[in-house]
Design a protein around this ligand. Sequence first.
Ligand SMILES: Cc1cc2nc3c(=O)[nH]c(=O)nc-3n(C[C@H](O)[C@H](O)[C@H](O)COP(=O)(O)O)c2cc1C
Length: 166
Amino acid sequence: MRNDKNRTQTALVVFFSRTGKVRRVAEAIAAELGADVEEVVDTRNRRGLFGLLNAAWDAILRRAARIEEPAHEPADYDLVVIGTPVWAWSVSAPVRGYLAHERGRLPEVAFFAVARGQGAARAVRVMAHLAGKEPRATLPLVRLYGVRHSSLERARRFARGLIPAW
Ligand SMILES: Cc1cc2nc3c(=O)[nH]c(=O)nc-3n(C[C@H](O)[C@H](O)[C@H](O)COP(=O)(O)O)c2cc1C
């Protein structure tokens, strides 16, 4: 457990990342919160051209990916922050899979989504719908080129904004 022992409340940051952008944001948020981290593991390989094509296909069909059993129990935490890359203006298939798997066991939630250009605001709305929960806060991020320092700073502010409610 990496949770800060001085805090009475605990947080888990859950993310999927195909090419590392969401991972960077998730790690910045987790560091700020002193949270445990859960990486969603897709049972399909999303690397290379075929990986990209089947990711696109799942995204267009709004299919939930089959994921490996998560290592952390979300109900053990006070807050779960979930992050996804934007796929076809919506949630990525692996995070869709996670939400389907854990819906009903989620405590308070917050969501973030990282887009190359468009769809992040829509993706966080879809996450709320799939989780069946109103999030404490959401962070739609557009990265354009790489994950810039300003995006990581916004992510840290987002995380700090979650703490006063603890
Ligand atoms: C199948 C697929 C669909 C995507 N659809 C969108 C989209 O609708 N809008 C967008 O801005 N970026 C889209 N992207 C780009 C990713 O959202 C963006 O590169 C994100 O930062 C990737 O995060 P990651 O490196 O953590 O996987 C898509 C990427 C993939 C693989």
